[in-house]
Design a protein around this ligand. Structure first.
Ligand SMILES: Nc1ncnc2c1ncn2[C@@H]1O[C@H](COP(=O)(O)OP(=O)(O)O)[C@@H](O)[C@H]1O
Ligand SMILES: [Mg+2]
Length: 414
């Protein structure tokens, strides 16, 4: 049966049941797809388990959506083997996520001229416990004036780990007392000090392959209310930059499933956190945007497999840096030039055309599924697993309201 390929998608999962079930339900709705060469592609998924493996073992999965490797070494090392020996397609590649944490992402995007707030890396408060450190420390570890650095940055500022995520170790520093307390408490975490952006809007962009959704994020709200459903909360210029920047970051690093947080003041867009190997896609936080996110994951996966898309760990940074160094281009022109590279990387136009041609009724089926009993069961189960009994009714109503608003909006926009 040379003209038939069955593609296996592996899910490496943490403590989440909502989006994997949605992904599996939607993947079952993807029809067999016949390519121009006459080969028919079918798609199945499997939840991967963690087991010993021989480095020479064959790898069955052609694409993995990974939610573990950032924290757990065993699945991480298996992913690397799969990528190197089998060409397995990864969302995301540990080769670039492991080496390029938040700090590198800041450096790279500063190099591209993006508006990252001023950031200083300070040495460890408590260096790693290593017998050789005493000698190095005495000889090379220079004393430094933390207050002088802070005065230069200006209060208030943020202190946060160089490789942060999930608000771990983040504090807002209003004065010298806060500064010293936070630094003393940082212990063995390596910290940035970062100038505060006084922002009007917090934009959180979720990018999945060639698709990007920029959402109005309200970090001070409780989890269920953090994403506002608002479509024009940024000016056209800021909205364009937000989409472009999140896609540029991903293309630059070869990340395919990532969120990018930007603080927006007027038309100025300041990216502050955009290396999230395991972005939040919970139905209880994304609600309205959840169907879009999971359908983008399905479409991007099947597009990548059916078209034989390959990833590599070569980043080709010089193509971006050549634009950065071109003095004839202003900031906006550079953003557009980077975006062109990013869209080339993600094959954006081809992806859209491919989906239109090969998945013509998928969006309709998505709406049907989100309106139906299977989705409601998933939502009910997730709410039951997430909230205490006395709050479940309230939250179920809240999320049902938002997801049915999404359903209504789809029929209006079609
Ligand atoms: N430079 C900054 N200006 C204003 N607010 C900031 C700044 N840096 C961080 N914050 C606030 O702190 C939160 C956590 O910081 P972030 O860099 O996103 O860390 P994490 O990686 O832990 O999510 C942000 O969501 C934002 O609300
Ligand atoms: Mg963040």
């Amino acid at each position: 049966m040379a003209d038939r390929s069955q593609h296996l998608i592996g899910l490496l999962l943490g403590a989440e049941e909502d989006w994997p079930q949605a992904f599996e339900a939607l993947l079952r709705r993807v029809p067999p797809i016949t390519d121009p060469a006459g080969r028919t592609h079918e798609f199945v998924s499997e939840r991967l388990s963690i087991e010993p493996f021989d480095l020479n073992d064959p790898v069955r999965v052609e694409l993995v959506i990974d939610r573990l490797a950032y924290w757990y070494y065993h699945p991480r090392e298996w992913l690397k083997k799969a990528a190197l020996m089998n060409g397995t397609y990864l969302l995301n590649s540990p080769f670039t996520f492991q080496s390029m944490e938040k700090h590198s992402a800041y450096c790279a995007m500063l190099r591209l001229g993006l508006k990252i707030p001023r950031t200083v890396l300070v040495p460890y408060k408590n260096p790693v416990d290593n017998v050789r450190w005493a000698y190095t420390s005495a000889k090379y570890n220079q004393p430094f004036d933390l207050d002088a650095i802070a005065d230069d940055l200006g209060y208030p500022m943020y202190m946060k780990p160089f490789d942060g995520g999930g608000w771990r170790g983040v504090s807002r520093i209003n004065n010298r007392d806060d500064l010293h307390q936070a630094y003393d408490e940082s212990g063995e975490m390596l910290m940035h000090l970062q100038a505060t952006v006084e922002y009007d809007k917090f934009a959180r962009a979720l990018s999945i392959g060639a698709e990007t959704m920029v959402m109005d994020f309200r970090p001070d709200e409780p989890m269920h209310n953090r994403y506002a459903v608002s479509h024009d909360f940024l000016s056209p210029s800021a909205g364009h930059q937000a989409v472009a920047i999140s896609r540029i970051v991903n293309a630059f690093f070869g990340w395919e499933f990532n969120s990018c947080e930007m603080l927006v003041k007027g038309d100025s867009v300041h990216p502050i956190d955009y290396a999230n190997a395991c972005p939040d896609v919970a139905i209880t936080s994304l609600h309205y945007y959840f169907p879009w996110a999971i359908s983008a994951l399905v479409k991007w996966s099947v597009f990548s497999l059916a078209t034989g898309r390959k990833t590599s760990v070569d980043l080709h940074t010089e193509r971006y840096f050549a634009i950065a160094d071109d003095d004839s281009l202003d900031y906006d022109a550079k953003i557009d030039a980077y975006l062109a590279l990013a869209d080339e990387y993600f094959d954006t136009a081809r992806y859209q055309a491919w989906c239109a041609e090969n998945l013509p009724s998928f969006d309709e089926q998505l709406v049907e599924w989100v309106s139906g009993p299977d989705f409601d069961r998933l939502l009910t189960e997730t709410v039951a697993a997430t909230y205490p009994a006395h709050e479940q009714e309230k939250f179920l109503a809240h999320f049902r309201g938002l997801t049915s608003l999404w359903v209504t909006d789809q029929s209006v926009s079609r």
